[in-house]
Ligand binder design. Structure first.
Ligand code: PLP
Length: 449
């Protein structure tokens, strides 16, 4: 099919995720056709550096033949095996064990999902079950952060706190509440790291007190807010929030769907602060985007309380046809091998440091108000007046224009609204590729000046 015909069929038939339906009816899709390492090629033959790892997921880069082999072998041998009714497959068992091995603290139980949204929904259901079977049935309220993203399933998208995910969808639910994001660059109530952390703790405590601690089940957060604009908390924030949750008698859930698997340096962002939550969600980097899969880690004490609290033999009625899909699991195992023995995690750590230093130099650009990064995850604040931190007027459509210029210059990244640009390059990037990313991004900024 020629490119124009493909674009026309796309306009007519494919409803794209998180898209403007009206705009899409008139859009010219950028058709991606192949990839190798950190590079993509589009249908017109342009080579483009992927500064966003697909959708923060292709951590190992494109075109790994060993992953293709692992998937093909598993498909040939056994393309599907259910985890229901006492059945199991070797790759799913091995992957669950390997994940428990690398997970923080006592997160030794793994429940497989298809991605991040159903991982979040799984946690919500398991938390309700936990409090029901442990005699605290009133604990049904959930708290998360403004600007947080926890997927777009019918319940989890209420914990997400971005307007497009609520508007028109009757969300958040009455049991879902949000406290302000720490957002250091735009936090007008706290300046120093200690003040910012203390403010978040106070805001959580106030919200729990307003709802009544006996009614609050859990606090959900990302270690770094991804889709909210790559907003990075001060070091120590995650551990402080965990301590506050313990004190308040509520569960602490960390959503590592973006930050997991080396994105910020360590295997999990929790590792950097010695945090071991009650539940942890992962997806994306788990299979590096080569097949859909997510997972929920459950701490031993939570699992034990649910298992012991249920009447003997009672089913926990939660699961998916593709929970622990053997092909995804085989891919997950090979991806884990590449992170560890293949040196990709180590490379990501080294290149992440270089990336942070090089991107940081853009602070002198007239459109840049702040550059923030941790590992290979970065956000750039766009401003029209640095001293006043003035956000670009929406009518300028600056984010959209920089994005378009980026593609023209052979670079993919992401714009969050009109005022934040995000990067999440693959962990396999070389320093030379980071140099190219910086040159292409700088040119894209200059193109819209
Ligand atoms: N949680 C976080 C932190 C995410 O960033 C995402 C997706 O970007 C999700 C959950 C939802 O994951 P999925 O899109 O795989 O359903």
């Amino acid at each position: 099919m020629n490119i124009d015909a493909m674009r026309e069929k796309n306009r007519q038939h494919w409803i794209h995720p998180v898209s403007s339906w009206l705009d899409q009816e008139h859009s010219n899709a950028k058709l991606l056709s192949s990839g190798k390492g950190a590079w993509l090629r589009d249908a017109e033959g342009n080579d483009i550096l992927d500064g966003f790892s697909g959708l923060w997921c292709v951590n190992v880069g494109y075109g790994h033949e060993s992953i293709v082999q692992a998937a093909a072998e598993q498909m040939r041998r056994l393309p599907y095996a259910t985890g229901y009714f006492g059945y199991a497959s070797e790759p799913a068992v091995k992957l669950a064990a390997a994940l428990a091995d690398i997970a923080p603290g006592n997160l030794n139980k793994v429940f497989f999902t298809l991605g991040g949204s159903d991982a979040v929904d799984t946690v919500i259901r398991f938390i309700k079950l936990y409090f029901n079977v442990t005699g605290k049935p009133d604990k049904k309220h959930f708290i998360s952060l403004q600007r947080g993203y926890h997927g777009s399933s019918s319940t989890g998208s209420g914990l997400t706190a971005l307007p497009a995910f609520h508007n028109g969808f009757d969300l958040p639910l009455p049991s879902q509440h949000h406290i302000p994001s720490y957002y250091p660059y735009r936090n007008s109530d706290a300046q120093s790291d200690d003040e910012i952390i203390a403010l978040s703790v106070t805001q959580l405590k106030e919200k729990v007190s307003e709802l009544g601690p006996e009614n609050v089940a859990a606090f959900f957060c990302e270690p770094i807010q991804g889709s909210g604009g790559v907003i990075i908390p001060p070091v120590g924030w995650l551990a402080a929030m965990q301590r506050a949750c313990k004190e308040l008698g509520i569960l602490f859930v960390v959503d590592e769907v973006i930050t997991g698997f080396g994105r910020t340096g360590p295997m999990f962002a929790c590792d950097a602060e010695g945090v071991s939550p009650d539940f942890m969600t992962v997806a994306k980097g788990l299979t590096a985007g080569y097949a859909p899969m997510g997972a929920v880690f459950i701490a031993d004490h939570i699992y034990r309380a649910i298992a012991d609290g249920l009447p003997s033999g009672e089913l926990v009625g939660h699961g998916f046809t593709y929970s622990g899909h053997p092909v995804s699991a085989a891919i997950g195992l090979e991806v884990l091998r590449l992170y560890q023995e293949g040196g990709i995690l180590e490379n990501g750590r080294k290149v992440g440091e270089y990336f942070g230093n090089q991107l940081g130099k853009l602070i002198d650009h007239p459109l840049v108000g702040e550059v923030r990064s941790r590992g290979l995850l970065a956000g750039v604040e766009l401003v029209t007046n640095k001293a006043l931190k003035t956000k670009p007027d929406r009518s300028l459509k600056l984010g959209e224009k920089i994005l378009a210029a980026g593609y023209q210059n052979g670079l993919i990244f992401r714009a969050f609204g009109d005022d934040i640009i995000g990067f999440a390059p693959p962990l396999c990037c070389t320093p030379a590729e980071i140099d190219q990313l910086i040159v292409k991004f700088t040119k894209s900024l200059n193109d819209v000046l």
